[in-house]
Design a protein around this ligand. Sequence first.
Ligand code: PHE
Length: 357
Amino acid sequence: MDDLKSKYLSQIANAADENALETIRVAAVGKKGEVALKMRELGKMTPEQRQEAGPALNALKNEINSAIMAKKAGLADAALDERLRTEWLDVTLPTRARRTGTLHPVSQAQEELTAIFAELGFSVAEGPRIDTDWYNFDALNIPGHHPARAEMDTFYMHRAEGDDRPPHVLRTHTSPVQIRSMEKMGAPLRIICPGGVYRADYDQTHTPMFHQVEGLALDTDISMANLKWTLEEFVKAFFEVDNVELRFRASHFPFTEPSAEVDIRCSWKDGTLKIGEGDDWMEILGSGMVHPKVIAAGGIDPDVYQGFAFGIGIDRLAMLKYGIPDLRAFFDSDLRWLRHYGFQCLDMPSLHGGLSR
Ligand code: PHE
C-alpha cells in the first residue's frame, strides 16, 4: 500500500496537465483502478485483516483523490496566470494613428452638421427610406397630378397585381420626415433629419442615391428672418470660413410658401472645386415657410403654429468643403479614394473641439 501511495502521489505531483491527471485518476482510484482491485481482495481476508486493510485502503483512496483535486486547482491557477501574463492590454496607451479605417466624407459632414444644429437646439429625427407616396408627396401638398412627382424622377417600388397596400417609393427627399415628426412629437418642434434619398439622375453633381438633411422648426412666432439667420449661421459654422458668399433665390416648392433656394459661390478650375471664389454657383439647399396644408397634414393647427423648413444636400456640402469635384466617386467604394478623402474616425466633430482637422 505504501508503494501504491508513493507511486501515485509522485505521478500526481509531476502531472503536466488535466488530461494526464485524469489518466492517473482512472488508473489509481477508477472503477478498475489499482485501489479498487485491492479493495476486491478484502473479501478473501480474515475479519481481523479486513478491519485493518479496509480503512487503510479508504484512507489511501481519499488521499489520492484530494491530491488530484489540489493538483487540478494548481494547474488551473497556473493556466490563468499564464493567460494573464500573455493576454494583457495596456488601455492607457494612446490610440494608434494608422489610417486603416476612415470615415467617409458624407459621414464626416453629417457628424459636423449634426453638431452645429444641436448647438442651435435641433434634435435628430429619423424616417424610413422606403415610404408611402402619401408621406413622400400627398402630405407635402404634392397631389397625384402634380408635375413635381415627375420632376423628382421617383423610383417606385414594384407592386404585385392585386396588392392593395398603398404605393411605396424610395423617398425622393427627407421632407416626409417633417410629417412623421409632427405626427410623433407635435409642436413646438425643432428637428433635423439627415439621411439617404433617391432619384433617377446621374452626372457630376447627381447620383441616384444621395444625402439630405431636412430641418423643421415650428412655433408660434417664427418668420422668414429666423430661417435666413439659421441658414447663414449654419453655413458659416460648417465651412469654418468667413468668406462664403450665399445667394438666396426666390423659388417654388409645393410644401413651402414663400420658398427660397440657396446657392454658394464656387469655382471648378482644372479639376478642383473651390468654395468662396469664382463665377459659378452651386445649389445646396431648398427652404421656405412651411405651407399651412403641410402643417395640417402633420396633425398640427396651422392657425396657431407656423415655421420654416429646409432641405440641404449633404454630399454637395462635403464636395464644397473638401474640394471633391465629382459626386459619383463618393459611392464607388474605391479604397484609394476613401483613404485620400476619409477622416480619422476617433475625431468627433464639435463646435468647441473643432469640426474638421
Ligand atoms: N425637399 C426639397 C428638395 O428635395 C427641399 C426642401 C425641403 C425645400 C424643405 C423646402 C423645404 O428639393
